[in-house]
Design a protein around this ligand. Structure first.
Ligand code: CTP
Ligand code: MG
Length: 233
């Protein structure tokens, strides 16, 4: 679970994973969901470099003996990709299937976690949960300066597009290999499945869930609070 980001788009404050949702750090919500899945044996949390001890204490307290999954906390890197690599390096030797889940998606239903894990166990090498897009998407030439109009190049057929979420699931050997190749070739991708595609692997999509959205901007926190309140009522 990459959780080492600063959360710059969320605005000033603690690192995003430690910001609270319903009075509980976002990271704790995310770890609890994974630990609830019977498919998950070990959760490796990749924490901000200067927050490893704090995250360890927080999770020991919040998760404690109640969940069955083992917990490992390691320091992250400067990019998400580096943080995922740090997490991979800390996996126990006997693990064959890896789920990479953003701490920033604290409300993902456990059914999505289970479905991704099952699809890998059934033979897929890389699996991403995704949802159809609500908005039509335009490809543009990015503006040369803020505020200038941007010429449209194309409108991809919305029916063939998906917005991808996490956890993304992988055969461990495949994920290790593409991350090593990414380092060799200096490739940076915003998601792990993107690396598999880039290096010739096969990625499949399974249904995600609208509540698996990523807490990115302040409005996402408002929505997350509302979803949590609805679940609790
Ligand atoms: N992440 C990480 N290490 C980094 C950067 C990101 O582990 N160096 C993690 C984040 O903690 C988050 C996930 O990757 O759980 C998805 O990244 P994103 O939503 O972009 O989070 P941040 O990078 O923290 O946010 P921002 O880009 O707004 O700064
Ligand atoms: Mg980021």
């Amino acid at each position: 679970m990459p959780a080492a980001g600063r959360g710059e788009r969320l605005g000033p404050g603690a690192p995003k994973a430690l910001r609270e949702l319903g009075g509980v750090p976002i990271l704790v919500h995310a770890v609890r969901v994974l630990a609830r899945s019977r498919a998950v044996g070990t959760v490796v949390v990749v924490a901000p470099k200067d927050g490893v001890a704090e995250v360890r204490a927080l999770l020991a307290d919040a998760i404690g003996e109640r969940e069955s999954a083992a917990l490992v906390v390691v320091p992250g890197g400067d990019t998400r990709q580096e943080s995922v690599r740090a997490g991979l390096a800390a996996l126990p030797a006997d693990v064959d299937v890896v789920l990479v889940h953003d701490a920033a998606r604290p409300l993902v239903p456990v059914d999505v976690v289970d479905a991704v894990a099952r699809t890998v166990a059934d033979g897929a090498e890389a699996v991403v949960p995704a949802v159809p897009l609500a908005d039509t998407v335009k490809q543009v030439t990015p503006a040369q300066a803020p505020g200038l109009p941007e010429p449209v190049i194309a409108t991809p057929d919305r029916a063939t597009l998906r917005a991808v979420q996490t956890p993304q699931g992988f055969r461990r050997d495949v994920l290790d290999r593409v991350h090593a190749k990414a380092v060799e070739e200096g490739v940076d991708a915003t998601d792990d499945a993107g690396l598999v595609e880039r290096f010739g692997g096969r990625v499949v999509v399974v249904p995600g869930h609208e509540e698996a959205f990523k807490v990115t901007r302040p409005l996402d926190l408002v929505l997350a609070e509302a979803v949590l309140a609805r679940r609790r009522s």
